[in-house]
Design a protein around this ligand. Sequence first.
Ligand code: ADP
Length: 189
Amino acid sequence: MLNIILFGPPGAGKGTQSQFLREKYDLTYISTGQILREEIAAESELGLQIKELIGGGGLVSDEIVAHIIEKKFIDHPDTAGFLFDGFPRTVRQAEMLEELLKKYDMSLTGVLSLEVPEEMLIERMLERGKTSGRADDNLESIKHRFEEYYEKTHPVTDFYLEKGCLHPVNGVGDIPEIFEHLCTVIDAL
Ligand code: ADP
């Protein structure tokens, strides 16, 4: 089984690269951001509850996302592996993932961290905001997403660094080039 976390700041290209990775390695893709946006679009009870928070660039509670992950594990018992995009986003979520993987008799293969300078990230997200229709792709929300990232998400890299499973990958360049870097790391795992 291949269980990969694609890690990186907002706008690093995780969603884009995930589409190629899931296809090449036949992985079950879990984007917590995408799932949460679907809940908002469906105006479900959860969606209504988190709409304002996500639009403003804040993080949803660890319990809610852990529940989403567990549901995916239950729904895909025979998968070749999982690709996590946008999760874990806090150290608590990383701990919860360890517990969940153990519960379902799985283990983490590795964490690939896309490295991109911040100026480039903001530029990419503002550009994406012109067509994405995402409520959080505006300058004010982007700034808050970065604050959340540095305060709560960046510490996750130390968590995996200590475990020896963090693999930094250069996220600057064209899409196929970055994809190749990612595949080289995965194939060596
Ligand atoms: P990006 O990484 O480009 O900012 P995502 O689609 O991964 O976008 O996430 C969008 C928003 O969804 C986040 O800003 C946050 O509000 C929420 N979200 C996604 N994943 C998580 C998570 N694991 N924990 C808490 N909130 C999350």
